[in-house]
Design a protein around this ligand. Sequence first.
Ligand code: CO
Length: 129
Amino acid sequence: MEFDHAGIATDDRDTLIDLYGTLFDASVAHEETFGELRVAFLDLGNGYFELLEPTDDAEGPIPNYLDKRGPGVHHLALRTDDIDDALDAARAAGVSLIDEEPRPGAWGHDVAFLHPGSTGGVLIEFVEH
Ligand code: CO
């Protein structure tokens, strides 16, 4: 398993694209509106920052996160070649799953989240490209 990306909740995606582009020489690898989120993946060379900005009047985990905690790191994503196997291994280890089955995520990837209560307070996403 390899590091894939850090998911960052923001209310100003475009400013962060400019800032991180200047600071980290990170270019936009992919952009889309996914559900109620404006998403951008910035290529850092050995992984990505996934910027997550709610559209106007969006509801869901990211707007809730921003309301409660403000902008910041929301989750860390690890890439796996077999997300079903990864979920089985997590289940076998007694980890609580937010997603019992993989679901479609941004950029056409399959994703599944582990419950942070089982993983040291870190929201972990498995992602299969
Ligand atoms: Co993510």
